[in-house]
Design a protein around this ligand. Structure first.
Ligand SMILES: Nc1ncnc2c1ncn2[C@@H]1O[C@H](COP(=O)(O)OP(=O)(O)OP(=O)(O)O)[C@@H](O)[C@H]1O
Ligand SMILES: [Mg+2]
Length: 240
């Protein structure tokens, strides 16, 4: 479970998160929506301890992410994160890129890491690309490789930050299919997305971030189809 409780986060004078509270239960898929600069990426970074917070707390599996004694490396192995763009190591093959973390971080043997990487690359449909270098992959394939790389750590949670927004329209579908598959498998996920239709389809709940707080949260039917607050409705309007 991820428990976000009254989180405040600012960058210097800029207050970004101003009392964000939200709980993500095991197996839940939550889409996080909100305008540019509303703090969606910042919230994801705070969840896996890439950014410190000023007040409040975030607990992952009961562990306080921002407590001084927390082993962030161990915690981050439980939380996979995939960004809009991931710079793969260009001189390593797809297989080697995905093997890297299990080898270096988990200390698996070459053989174990390879088996794991092959499994996850097959999982995302890249079994034919093991020996290929990242430069030869399409944007959609690169994103699926990034997802395989995160899955290779066998995380409890996956955080996705607009993983389709840098893709050509015809490549978006294959990445969304991969996310849909993970959701069907019961992966607990927070999905920052501008794909409102997709969010409606896969999410258990949708959270709308505005002015540093969760302005509205509920099922997709509640938040997307029948928003209770005018600001939510106004935000959703252009995408319909
Ligand atoms: N490292 C940083 N230092 C200073 N300001 C930052 C930093 N990271 C983010 N910000 C600022 O914090 C605010 C929230 O940024 P964030 O990237 O979380 O927004 P977002 O909701 O993800 O937006 P987008 O939809 O454009 O990705 C923005 O005003 C941004 O400029
Ligand atoms: Mg962002």
């Amino acid at each position: 479970m991820i428990e976000i409780d009254q989180v405040y986060k600012s960058f210097g004078q800029l207050d970004v998160l101003q009392g964000v509270s939200m709980t993500v239960s095991k197996g839940e898929v939550i889409s996080l929506i909100g305008g540019s600069g509303s703090g969606k990426s910042t919230l994801l970074m705070c969840i896996n301890g890439l950014e410190p917070i000023q007040r409040g707390s975030i607990r992952v599996n009961g562990i306080n992410v921002h407590a001084p004694g927390t082993n962030l490396n161990a915690l981050r192995q439980r939380i996979g994160i995939v960004f809009q763009q991931w710079n793969a190591f260009p001189h390593l093959t797809v297989l080697e890129n995905v093997m890297l973390a299990p080898l270096k971080v988990c200390g698996l043997s070459e053989e174990q890491a390879k088996e794991l990487a092959v499994t996850q690359l097959s999982h995302v449909g890249l079994q034919d690309k093991l020996k290929v270098f990242p430069g030869k992959l399409s944007g959609g394939q690169l994103q699926r490789m990034a997802i395989a790389r995160a899955l290779a750590m066998a995380p409890d949670y996956m955080l996705f930050d607009e993983v389709t927004s840098a893709l050509d329209p015809q490549l978006v579908g294959e990445v969304l299919d991969t996310l849909r598959m993970l959701s069907d498998e019961g992966m607990t996920m927070i999905l920052v997305t501008h794909e409102i239709r997709f969010a409606r389809e896969v999410s258990d709940r949708v959270a709308f971030l505005r002015n540093g707080v969760i302005h509205e949260i509920g099922t997709p039917q509640q938040v997307i189809d029948d928003p209770q607050r005018p600001e939510t409705a106004a935000f959703l309007k252009p995408s319909h």
